[in-house]
Structure formats: C-alpha cells, structure tokens
Design a protein around this ligand. Sequence first.
Ligand SMILES: [Zn+2]
Length: 153
Amino acid sequence: MVVIHSTGGPTCDAKTGLPVWVAAGTLEDNLRHIEAHPTLGIHHMIDRDGTARASVPEGQVAHHVFGFSGRSIAIELVNDGDGRDPFPEAQLAALVNLLGELRQRHGIKRSGVVRHSDLDRAMMPCDRTQRRKVDPGDAFPFDAVLDRVYPLR
Ligand SMILES: [Zn+2]
C-alpha cells in the first residue's frame, strides 16, 4: 500500500488547545522536523517544483499513518492540504513517476494507492466536530493521478 500525504493540515495547538491549520512549509524544514522526530517518519517527499527526496528506506517502517504504517510506503507532498492550495504539474509529474517506480518495485495495485484521509477518519481531540486527518485534501487530483500511473488499455 502507498499512502499520500500533504505536509500541511489541521492540528491541535499545544498552547491554546484549539485547532489550527499548519501551512505547507518547505521541503527542507519538513524533512528536518520529521527526521528529528522520535516516532514520525516518511519514505518520500516531493516539493512543489518536482524535487523528490527519499528519507526512510522503503524496506523499513516509517510511522506516518495510524494503524497502517507497518504495511505501507509514505509519500508526502509539500502542500497546505486545505483543498485550495493547487498541486503544480511538476509536483504531480514527479509523483506519477515515483508511483510508477513503486508499482514496479513492490507490485502496488491501483487500489493500493490511498490518501491519508481515506485511512484515518478519527476526529480531532481538541474539536470533535472536525476530522483529524484530511490530507492531501480536495485540491489533490487523486483519480487523474491514478489514471496516469494505471492507464486503461
Ligand atoms: Zn498525512
């Protein structure tokens, strides 16, 4: 399974205890933060300009999604994840390329490519009316990306 994330998304602010939206940030800052984190990890990150960086080796578990990390590869896209921030073509082309490689290397099926929001439907601990994980968000052209990786003959 491959799980697609965005770097931005909602979280509970530690100081106020209220929900806040974390913006996309930069590829460098996100990688540094995740790699310094004792329990979080990611396998691949793709910047808006299509720059792709590998982090945790694909043969090792990266903790990126509750309950499914042991059997999935994580791809993080630099994006606000708010349904408005557009995903540039350079970023989508790099993602299509990477998904094609993962398909080859690991035999990932179309149904095995999912969004974080497909797997985690829990609510925010600080606001039970809002979803905890909504990434990569509605601006992500999920079906179009899958059609490019798994073209109909
Ligand atoms: Zn995520």
